[in-house]
Design a protein around this ligand. Structure first.
Ligand code: HEM
Length: 122
């Protein structure tokens, strides 16, 4: 679980910085929120999930951890794609798709918190 999170996180990092670089070169900052969330939910959060699961393997080997992995890795691309296309096209219905993606991510984060409270000794 730790290794897969770290590998996925560097894919998001690459996409995030490439988008940032592109925005800077073409001087079009409309996708700043997509860039920021790709970096923060994709790179920073997933790298932290990966490191935490590496140091706490008991937390990594649970059904909740697997479920959270999929909620995060379905929710983030759905949310990012919907927000990005919505900004480009102005298509208002995509806001609800972004909200669905965001809800998946939030449920996953709450499960992650529950998992850590249950599995990591204080
Ligand atoms: C070489 C790498 C990067 C480049 C070229 C880059 C480029 C940019 C650009 C052009 C903007 C828009 C600035 C504006 O609206 O005036 C921006 C905003 C932002 N970036 Fe990056 N970025 C990079 C890496 C990162 C990373 C690693 C993170 C987070 C971990 C990050 C988080 C943010 C945030 C939160 C904003 C929004 C700031 C605001 O609106 O006040 N960026 N970035």
């Amino acid at each position: 679980m730790g290794r897969i999170y770290l590998k996925v996180s560097v894919v998001y990092f690459s996409i995030g910085v490439l988008l940032g670089l592109t925005m800077g070169i073409i001087h079009d900052f409309r996708l700043t929120s997509v860039h920021a969330h790709l970096n923060l939910l994709g790179w920073v959060s997933m790298a932290l999930f990966g490191l935490i699961y590496h140091f706490y393997p008991s937390a990594a080997n649970t059904q909740i951890a697997k479920l959270q992995f999929w909620l995060h890795n379905i929710g983030v691309p759905v949310m990012m794609t919907a927000i990005g296309i919505q900004i480009w096209t102005g298509e208002a219905t995509l806001v609800s798709v972004a909200v669905i993606g965001s809800i998946l991510v939030v449920i996953g984060v709450l499960l992650f918190a529950l998992n850590l409270f249950k599995q990591v000794d204080s």
